[in-house]
Design a binder for this molecule. Structure first.
Ligand SMILES: *Cc1c(COP(=O)(O)O)cnc(C)c1O
Length: 455
């Protein structure tokens, strides 16, 4: 399988190169040249374990990794999960909850980042060299990235967070990782400052290549690929229980990475009648799917901070398919968007239904599920549930809601909704964990000096 750029100006490359490339040199995002049709294999795959299913799917895409190596990578990546099923499906009320938070940091990003970390290590072992990951986080992604590569050979990770502005639990999840290759930087500034520092450092190509800098951001193809697996897995589990020939998925959405994986799974033959895209008040994407207009607004803080995003970094991949794989048209649209902050697409995509779950609805869904079913939803998942309920039909098509985080990660919202805090032993244990973190000025030179001194 070869990979091309959405902008069409890159020679096709293999899977391992695609993983190391991140963003294509022409500014586009990488996609497989074509998507395999796996509809005819669904039945044979329906009883596979999560890991075996992941192997079958990934081996269609990672054709330059020998089968035995890929098996080991997958086993290793999901051995860190606290559920033997990796991603169990739990019936709650009228819905099915796909629990994606059994990984080390209790958020769905572990599903992709545990795999990506092992993949980076594998590629470096094969090809030599080193990788210095630089990232900026407002909380959630940082810890998943750190846990993805902690203790790995030839990899260092530097994660910047805004000093004192990350929730105490999320900060401790990052700073309590004491491996020698993990560096937490508390920047004296905001999250935007951290992102700005990262962008300016990455823009210096000489510095970037000279110091083997890389990123683990959500446009990395391996992350999207790892996320396609659980859509199939959830479909099989719901089919076992209900006999349904088709399911719907509701996806709490920020950067459009998670739901893009669902979209690709459908293109490969997953029988999903609808993908329900749920946003919080930062609703650029739900507005798009309802009106055709993709236009940036201002980011507002909500109870579901990992979805407080306006420009969705993975959306370009969807637009590529939406334009009928027309790279020229896509490039025009992206340039219109970056110049004017808006672009309009004609027609509608019937696969998607979209809506917004606001703060009040989020709290009321958390409260209701806790009272009626004794099940605590995290605020991101609650947004997905609120929107999914709106689209429930009488046709008896089961709906799977993706649960993207454990509620204890966002216990303030849970307390606000139910009056009771949410707990998880892993997070409770952090209270008296030893931590390590360096404070640094909001200054590009200071960050560069720091990197150089540690690499
Ligand atoms: C990242 C994240 C999301 C949003 O996923 P995208 O792939 O960015 O759309 C939702 N919930 C949680 C808890 C997250 O960490």
């Amino acid at each position: 399988m070869k990979y091309i750029s959405t902008r069409g100006k890159m020679e096709p490359i293999g899977f391992l190169d695609a993983v190391m490339t991140g963003l294509a040199p022409d500014g586009g995002l990488l996609l497989p040249e074509e998507l395999p049709d796996i509809a005819s294999r669904l039945e044979t795959w329906s009883k596979l374990s999560y890991q075996d299913l992941a192997f079958e799917i990934m081996s269609l895409f990672a054709t330059d990794i020998p089968a035995d190596d890929l098996k080991i990578l997958i086993e290793k990546s999901y051995s860190t999960f606290r559920s033997p099923e990796v991603a169990p499906v739990v019936p709650v009320g009228e819905l099915f909850i796909l629990e994606l938070w059994h990984g080390p940091t209790l958020a769905f990003k572990d599903v992709a980042l545990q795999f990506l970390g092992n993949l980076f290590e594998y590629i470096l072992q094969k090809r030599g060299g080193e990788l210095n990951i630089l990232g900026a986080t407002s909380g959630d992604t940082g810890s998943a990235a750190i846990y993805g590569v902690r203790g790995k050979e030839n990899i260092n990770i530097f994660i910047m967070h805004p000093k004192g502005r990350t929730s105490p639990v999320q900060e401790r999840q990052m700073t309590s990782v004491l491996d020698d290759n993990v560096f937490n930087l508390a920047v004296e500034g905001t999250f935007d400052d951290c992102q700005h520092l990262m962008k300016t450092i990455f823009a210096d190509v000489d510095f970037k290549t000279g110091h083997s800098l890389g990123s683990v951001n959500s446009v990395n193809w391996a992350r999207v690929l790892a996320q396609t697996v659980y859509y199939f897995y959830a479909f099989f589990r719901v089919q076992e229980r209900t006999g349904a020939a088709e399911v719907r998925f509701s996806v709490p959405t920020g950067n459009f990475g998670d739901i893009l994986a669902g979209y690709l799974a459908v293109q490969m033959g997953l029988p999903a009648g609808k993908l329900i895209l749920a946003t919080n008040e930062n609703n650029i994407l739900s507005r798009f799917f309802n009106t055709g207009e993709y236009s940036v607004g201002k980011v507002v803080p909500t109870l579901s901070p990992s979805m407080d995003i306006q420009v969705a970094s993975n959306f370009e991949r969807y637009l590529y398919y939406r334009t009928g794989k027309n790279s020229e048209k896509l490039a025009e649209m992206m340039s219109c968007f970056s110049q004017t902050g808006a672009v309009t697409v004609e027609g509608a995509d019937e696969l998607f239904a979209a809506g917004e779950g606001n703060t009040e609805q989020t709290l009321s869904v958390i409260r209701r599920y806790s009272e009626e079913y004794g099940y605590t939803l995290d605020p991101h998942t609650a947004v997905g549930v609120a929107v999914a309920e709106r689209f429930q039909t009488s046709e008896n098509i089961p709906t799977v809601c993706l649960a993207t985080a454990h509620p204890a990660k966002f216990t303030d919202a849970i307390e606000q909704a139910t009056g009771t805090a949410a707990h998880h032993p892993v997070l409770d244990a952090l209270a008296d964990a030893e931590t390590r973190c360096d404070t640094i000025a909001n200054d590009e030179a200071a960050v560069r000096d720091y990197l150089v001194s540690k690499i």
